[in-house]
Design a protein. Structure first.
Length: 337
């Protein structure tokens, strides 16, 4: 049954016509294919409804010309659906592999929180604050491809014949059965991959050329603008401890600390002075509040901070809290204003 037809959106004749065309193909499709058809058709019908309602019907006394155009537009939309149904069927029957790789799901960790879930192949995924992962509901073909925006930790279910590939805007990380972490936030110029166990191969997304094979406890930092990389060892705990609820800094400059604090606590962070960005911090935080973390940061370095109040916006939502970090004299002057 075509569940995507919205009640009242089509006439009895139109609904019957689409149902007739659909029934010609549906019996040949298995349960998995029917799910695919229905999901894509749902999107098609939804888009048609959106297009039809972009311009509200204001003038009830429309001209005959406008009414004719409206009739032909509606007829074109109705005729288009069976055609698209046929194309979708051809695509899913194996003649067009692109359709098989449609990413049906996108999971996003809410700002200021983390989440853990499992993919259909048994791979476990941890998503860091505000991160997104797109993946197909069923892996098909010669590999298992997902696309990451943000940071995630993967424990890949082993399958040597079907490698697991994490795509980002600049690199691809290929594994068979491996535990590794990838940090690929769009606002960062560095994509960081840390291998915990097993082996991963990194490729340039543009040229598809191999970058490097990583060994356990190695971290590769790929510079997205310069298209080069560096490799470090010994950062495994620092780069993966977030999934266990630990916020770890190891000789990290204030600029990097500020980025992590912004994501961890869902706030905006502003540094008022370029010189203090080079101050470095080494610390491990567990359940500390933002204020406690900031207070502890003022002890080893001559910096201070100011927390702004959260404001209610005209649309009823609330602004993000802002953290201003700077030399003590500047913060003192801001606090007095």
């Amino acid at each position: 049954m075509i569940f995507w037809i919205k009640e009242g959106s089509l006439s009895t004749y139109e609904t019957g016509l689409i149902q007739e065309v659909w029934n010609e193909f549906e019996p040949e499709a298995g349960p998995v294919e029917r799910i695919k058809y229905n999901r894509v058709l749902d999107r098609i019908h939804h888009q048609i409804n959106i297009n039809q309602n972009i311009h509200p019907f204001i003038n009830q006394k429309a001209s005959a010309r406008h009414r004719i155009i409206s009739i032909f537009t509606r007829a074109a939309a109705i005729l288009l659906i069976p055609v698209l149904t046929i194309l979708i069927y051809i695509s899913f029957s194996g003649k067009n592999q692109y359709a098989k790789n449609i990413n049906d799901f996108e999971v996003q960790a809410p700002a200021g929180s983390k989440m853990k879930f499992e993919l259909g192949d048994g791979t476990k995924v941890w998503l860091n604050h505000g991160s997104k992962l797109r993946y197909p509901y069923h892996f098909e073909g010669k590999d298992r491809k997902v696309f990451l925006t943000g940071e995630a930790y993967f424990e890949v279910s082993h399958n040597k014949d079907m490698p697991f590939i994490v795509g980002t805007n600049s690199i691809e990380v290929k594994a068979t059965g491996t535990a590794f972490n990838v940090s690929a936030y769009p606002e960062d110029n560095i994509i960081e991959t840390t291998l915990v166990e097993g082996q991963v191969i990194l490729y340039d997304s543009d040229s598809k050329s191999e970058i490097k094979v990583l060994s356990p406890n190695e971290s590769l930092n790929f510079h997205t603008q310069r298209r080069n990389y560096t490799v470090e060892t010994g950062n495994k705990a620092k780069n993966t401890s977030w999934k266990d609820g630990l916020l770890v800094f190891r000789n990290d400059p204030l600029e990097d600390v500020a980025k992590k604090l912004a994501r961890w606590y869902n706030v905006n962070v502003e540094i008022t002075n370029e010189k203090i960005k080079k101050f470095t911090y080494t610390a491990t935080f567990t359940d500390e509040t933002l204020a406690q973390v900031l207070e502890l940061m003022t002890i080893p370095t001559p910096v201070c901070y100011k927390l702004t109040e959260i404001k209610k916006l005209p649309d009823g939502s609330f602004s993000k809290q802002k953290v201003i970090i700077g030399p003590k004299n500047i913060i003192k002057r801001l606090s007095n204003n």
